[in-house]
Design a protein around this ligand. Structure first.
Ligand SMILES: [Zn+2]
Length: 145
C-alpha cells in the first residue's frame, strides 16, 4: 500500500517553540518525542509530547520511551486523534534524517520531524517522510498561530 501524499504539515507556533525548547534542554543529547494530530493530505500536528530518550547513547541516537509510546497510542485510540509521527534533534548535526535514521524508518506513514541543535541555538523543525523502499522526502512545515 502506498502512503497518502502529504502536501504539507501544519505546526502550531507554541508547539514549534516547545520542540525547540526540548532540543535546547536535551543538548548535547538528542531529544525525542511523539507528535499527535490529524489529517492526511495536510497533516495537522495538534500536540507535541516529549518523552525520555532511552537510547544507549543519547548523544548519537534516540529511542522513544516505549511505555510513553504505548500509553499515548492507547489514549489516542480512545479519541479521534492519532500519533502522526515523532521528533528528535541532532546535536551539532544538520536538521535532516541521518543514515542511522534511514535504517530505522520502517513506517511510510510516520512523519519525521528533525531539529538541529548546537550550543548557539536550535533550528526550525523540518519534516520528512520515507516512502517504502525510497529515500526520505521533505514535507514543508507551515507554522500556524
Ligand atoms: Zn536522527
Amino acid at each position: 500500500m502506498t502512503a497518502p501524499m502529504t502536501s504539507h504539515v501544519t505546526l502550531i507556533a507554541a508547539d514549534a517553540e516547545a520542540l525547540r525548547a526540548a532540543a535546547r534542554a536535551a543538548y548535547p543529547d538528542e531529544c525525542c518525542g511523539l507528535l499527535v494530530g490529524e489529517g492526511e493530505a495536510v497533516v495537522r500536528v495538534t500536540e507535541v509530547v516529549p518523552t525520555a530518550n532511552v537510547a544507549e547513547n543519547p548523544r548519537r541516537a534516540f529511542a522513544i520511551d516505549p511505555q510513553a509510546q504505548f500509553d499515548l497510542l492507547r489514549q489516542a485510540r480512545a479519541s479521534a486523534r492519532r500519533v502522526v509521527g515523532h521528533f528528535h534533534s541532532h546535536p551539532d548535526g544538520p536538521a535532516q534524517p541521518s543514515v542511522h535514521d534511514l535504517a530505522m524508518a520502517f513506517d511510510p506513514e510516520a512523519l519525521w520531524l528533525v531539529l538541529a541543535a548546537s550550543a548557539e541555538g536550535v533550528s526550525a523543525p523540518r519534516a520528512f517522510r520515507r516512502p517504502e523502499g525510497e529515500a526520505f522526502i521533505e514535507v514543508p512545515v507551515k507554522v500556524v498561530p
